[in-house]
Design a protein. Sequence first.
Length: 200
Amino acid sequence: MNKALPNNTHHALMELEEAGLIKLLVTQNVDGLHQQAGHRQVIDLHGRLDKVICIQCTAQTERSEFQNRLNQENPHLKHASGETAPDGDADVPDELINNVVVPGCLGCGGILKPDVVFYGGNVPKTRTNQIQQALQEVDALLVVGSSLMVFSAFRFCREAHQNQIPLAIVNQGKTRADQIASLKLEADCNLLMPEVNNRL
Ligand SMILES: [Zn+2]
């Protein structure tokens, strides 16, 4: 994920922000690529995989820092081998897992976890409030490249609809909000979004 680069859609959205046409971008991605593309006003709805958070004191640190500590405290893992599945899981012997030293929070010793909302977890209330606040102040809501199957994202479309804020969707395939959208474009956002900018 460290090597991933922003694509046409990330760049096109950043340009729309620069042109003053996007007030706030809410992303379901956890890769930080919108920020890497130069986008300024971004809310990472489901958090960031490049950050680590303490579940006790909520202190946030860099994942790379944690990774260094993890490597330092587990020299035996350096030469460990295992089959890596396409989803990133690795099948390793149990004894390797049992001997892993998991570094804790440097501040309070608490347990650290990736700063992402796991499946079944809740988006922090402050984040939701911020988005709801922004929804009060916009003329429209644009959804780009999401099926909106996750309720945490779909809810804002529903709220926009309830408040008579027009909803436009660019997505290949069905979305959960198709029925309430004012405009639905079945298109590849990597092709369509740069074209939108050209026309503006
Ligand atoms: Zn802590």
